[in-house]
Design a protein around this ligand. Structure first.
Ligand code: ADP
Length: 628
């Protein structure tokens, strides 16, 4: 024990986070206690889990307990547990570094967030321990890892350095001692601790205790341990007995989210096996879903014993926004995690959970549409991901889709069912158009014919939309068809046949002049514009091409050849025909051809290949019309 305390520096990103924690004013400082208790509880869960396969590690220290002690004289608050504890290496790893992806983004967000939401963000990011520095000017951690004989002491003022040294510790586990700032003395008040535990940590499974001193009539003092939390596992209680607040607090505890959940799903799965389910659908996309990686799957308990924090076998990846708990009494407890993960029962439970999440979303859409819309705005992309991956639930997922359309206002949606419902009798298919934004899509010439017919067109402007289309080929017996593909069956096909014949010689010349296109056709979809480009039924759409180009940055994406459609009622096309009929080798024909093609490229939302040549051609024509 003669060893000197060693001074160590925090890693730089952690320094910045600590700086923000200690130098900003927070409105919910008290969440620090929830974080300390949650860490203590996790440490106990870990210990208990390890002991399932190796009981010897317990060393008879198995009366799980989180103890809170207050010392008003010294202004300290201590949170102790008999969980796994930490070795010296673990202390340096866990309390001196921050090894998380997305740290930089987190810092940026933290800096720009308003003060009231900062501590919540801190919790969400999983730097919960450091929240201690919101109320303490010095934090001491003494800890002894499982199977160790000595302890380790870590001390820091949260200013960039900490010291670490060996120390004596009587038993396994961790004490976190907060030396409270002078203005935070209220956290030594037992009533304050009691009420905070009740509010934030009531359902923690392990007892959270505090010594209570009582005096009898003879003025003899006795100290008894008071348990502060009710320890009721929420998911085991009947739904009718759980209040909204209890659900909310529980959700906040397990998710680190500070918003209320959009939906609580609480039921008992019955049949071949019995399991309790308590799942939450969040209302806002949590921070970790935007940056860094997210672990999917609910917590898995087996008869109230936490065996996995995220059981990925229980929910598909696309449902990674779902938080909660599954407790199954029929699963074996004394096997390794690896063995458990291969248990076929998990697949059965998973199917049940997926069905119930989808069912709940359907209910929400039917009974509280506005809530569903805001949910969809946050998590629609996940459901879309599901649509392209979860073939078994394709139909249900397609019912959950919402899109903007030609007829909706901006940011307003229509579902596929509503779209079909509103289809006029002569419309047989569901039409959509993909593109980067509503603005771009809404002004393309492809919509002209639909506008004139009064048929709606769905706008698919989310990049992910291109990827769901292969799984969304039809809905309610109606085919989904791209409004900019060549196989759209549009009215007035008959008249166009005549025109096609009449224009054939001109089109042959145009085809030879423009080597980027595979065909030239009379358009039945254009009403105001002169030209547009369409692709073959199975070809990549222009939007998809642009997306691939972005993904492929710099690399070549092979462009598919398109079909140029011309509006034979448009004055420019009529003029071109006249020039051609007069002199089939008139030099202007090539200019017209190139300009009609370039217009179409711009209209589909792409860029013309040679903007300077494009401008030159226009200028040349302008000069000609001026007759100079
Ligand atoms: P998180 O709990 O989200 O991982 P924290 O910043 O709260 O992040 O804690 C960092 C790590 O420190 C924990 O993951 C854990 O390994 C360790 N730790 C914190 N408190 C304790 C404790 N009471 N007992 C054992 N390990 C702890």
């Amino acid at each position: 024990m003669a060893e000197q305390a060693q001074k160590m520096e925090f890693k730089s990103e952690l320094k910045q986070i600590l700086n923000l924690i200690t130098h900003s004013l927070y409105s919910h400082k008290e969440v620090f206690l929830r974080e300390m208790i949650s860490n203590a509880s996790d440490a106990i869960d870990k210990m208990r889990f390890d002991s399932l396969t190796n009981e010897a590690v317990l060393e008879n220290n198995r009366e799980w307990k989180i103890k809170i002690s207050v010392d008003p004289q010294n202004s300290t608050l201590t949170i102790s547990d008999n969980g796994v504890g930490m070795t010296r290496e673990a202390v340096i790893e866990n309390l001196g570094t921050i090894a998380k992806s997305g740290t930089k983004e987190f810092l940026d967000q933290l800096k720009s967030a308003d003060a009231s939401s900062r501590p919540e963000l801190i919790g969400q990011f999983g730097v919960g321990f450091y929240s201690a520095f919101m109320v303490a000017d010095t934090v001491t951690v003494t800890t002894r890892g499982a199977g160790q004989t000595d302890g380790v002491r870590w001390v820091s003022d949260g200013q960039g350095e900490y010291t670490i040294e060996p120390c004596e510790k009587m038993s396994r586990g961790t004490d976190v001692i907060l030396h409270l700032k002078s203005e935070e003395k209220e956290f030594v008040e037992p009533w304050k601790i009691r009420s905070l535990v009740k509010e934030f940590s009531d359902f923690i499974e392990h007892p959270i205790v505090m010594d209570e001193e009582t005096e009898d009539e003879q003025k003899t003092k006795t100290v008894t341990e008071e348990t502060l939390n009710s320890r009721k596992a929420l998911w085991l209680r009947p739904k009718s007995e759980v209040t909204k607040e209890e659900y909310e607090h529980f959700y906040k505890q397990i998710s680190n989210d500070f918003n209320e959940p959009a939906r609580v799903i609480h039921y008992t799965g019955e049949g071949v096996l019995e399991f309790k389910v308590l799942l939450f659908l969040p209302s806002k996309k949590p921070f970790d879903m935007m940056f860094g990686e997210v672990k999917s799957g609910p917590k898995l308990y087996i008869r109230r014993v936490l065996v996995m924090d995220h059981c990925e076998q229980l929910l598909p990846q696309y449902m990674r926004f779902v938080k909660g708990v599954v407790d199954c009494s029929d699963l074996p407890l004394n096997v390794s995690r690896e063995m458990l993960q291969q248990n076929p029962m998990l697949e059965k439970i998973k199917n049940n959970l997926v069905k119930s999440v989808l069912k709940n979303l359907e209910d929400m859409k039917a009974s509280s549409y506005d809530d569903y819309v805001s949910f969809f705005n946050e998590f629609g992309a996940f459901l879309k991901e599901g649509l392209s991956h979860d073939y078994a639930n394709r139909e249900q997922l397609s019912k959950l889709m919402l899109f903007e359309s030609m007829k909706t206002e901006e940011k307003k949606f229509v579902s596929l069912a509503q779209y079909v419902e509103a289809m006029p009798e002569d419309q047989k298919e569901i039409y959509y158009l993909t593109g980067e934004s509503r603005d771009l899509v809404a002004h393309t010439p492809y919509l002209e014919v639909f506008k004139s017919k009064g048929w709606d067109v769905l706008f698919m402007t989310d990049p992910i939309d291109e990827f769901i289309l292969p799984s969304l080929t039809d809905f309610d017996g109606k085919k989904l068809t791209a409004a900019d593909k060549s196989d759209v069956s549009l009215p007035s096909e008959k008249e166009s046949k005549e025109a096609q014949k009449e224009y054939a010689p001109l089109f042959d010349v145009l085809k030879k002049t423009l080597d980027q296109i595979k065909d030239v056709r009379v358009s039945t979809r254009l009403k105001e514009s002169a030209s547009c480009l369409v692709s073959d039924k199975d070809a990549m759409s222009a939007n998809m091409e642009r997306i691939m180009q972005k993904i492929n940055q710099g690399g070549e994406v092979k462009k598919t050849d398109r079909i140029l459609e011309l509006n034979t009622e448009h004055p420019v096309v009529i003029a071109l025909k006249k020039i051609f009929d007069a002199h089939a080798d008139d030099a202007r024909i090539a200019t017209y051809a190139q300009l009609l093609y370039d217009q179409a490229v711009i209209a589909e939302g792409s860029k013309v290949k040679d903007p300077i040549a494009f401008a030159n051609m226009i200028n040349q024509l302008l000069v000609q019309t001026a007759g100079v």
